[in-house]
Ligand binder design. Structure first.
Ligand code: G3P
Ligand code: CA
Length: 256
């Protein structure tokens, strides 16, 4: 599989473009995904949400205000309304006319780039019925062997398991876990292949990566943008690094 443990590649972690190459192009747009691909990223990370008419779109926030010229909640707008928005001008005039991608567009984009992996984050709480709207498109596009579907919410990860047990899934971790044993137990119940913590958690929980590895889990850390952080993550033998600078990280790893 494309999304392999670092140990299978001499300890080199996956370079994951967080929301694409979101330093050089507007986050979660096809322009940002193309920039990550051209930078040599192994995979792109993206966020998905449902519109009012239950279409899957790629956008981080629960509202469109920060990353488009519109306003309001994503789940309060129809696909046609979301697609009418400009998702590039807020970043720079050079990206005027970029649209909020549908997940179908991103799936086609990835199908056309056979070396590219996808980390698909389902934002918020999803039912099995809704999760199928994502997983069916993954399957239809032939991407099942290069996707990791993930969420912060155990009920959403469980919905992904029940919607499409054959797809690799991950639990995202933003908070300091009360107990590592309990965390490993939750991961086992959810049948995840990876647990993906916020980079700051590693300093507070020195045994986190090792404990997860010992439990047979991979670890993709987010969001690490500096070489000091990357140095530390290599020592900790993480399997992937989500970064807003996949161009810099790929070059930094190549130079080592
Ligand atoms: O995929 C992990 C990371 O993207 C989670 O944080 O807020 O950037 O979606 P956020
Ligand atoms: Ca995300």
């Amino acid at each position: 599989p494309l999304l392999r443990p670092a140990a299978d590649d001499g300890g080199r972690p996956l370079v994951v473009g967080h929301r694409g190459n979101s330093s050089v192009a507007p986050q979660n747009t096809l322009a940002a995904f193309e920039a990550a691909w051209r930078a040599g990223a192994d995979a792109i990370e993206l966020d998905v949400r449902l519109t009012a008419d239950r279409q899957v779109v790629v956008l981080h926030d629960d509202v469109v205000d920060e990353t488009t010229d519109g306003s309001g909640r994503v789940d309060g707008l129809t696909l046609a309304e979301v697609r009418a928005l400009d998702a590039g001008s807020w970043f720079s005039r050079a990206f005027a006319g970029q649209r909020v991608p549908t997940f179908a567009e991103v799936a086609r984009f990835a199908s056309d780039r056979p070396g590219l992996g996808l980390l698909v984050e389902l934002k918020g709480v999803w039912t099995v019925e809704d999760a199928v709207l994502v997983t069916k498109q993954v399957d239809d596009a032939g991407l099942a062997d290069r996707v990791l579907v993930q969420s912060f919410w155990p009920p959403t990860v469980a919905a992904l398991r029940d919607a499409a047990g054959h797809l690799d899934r991950a639990l995202l971790l933003a908070l300091h876990p009360d107990s590592l044993a309990e965390l490993v137990g939750v991961c086992a119940d959810l049948g995840v292949v990876a647990c993906n913590p916020e980079v700051a958690l590693l300093a507070h929980e020195p045994g986190l990566v090792e404990t997860l590895h010992d439990a047979g889990l991979r670890v993709h850390v987010w969001t690490a943008n500096t070489s000091d952080e990357w140095d530390d993550l290599l020592v900790r033998r993480v399997d992937g690094i989500m970064t807003d600078r996949p161009d810099h990280l790929a070059g930094w790893l190549d130079a080592r």
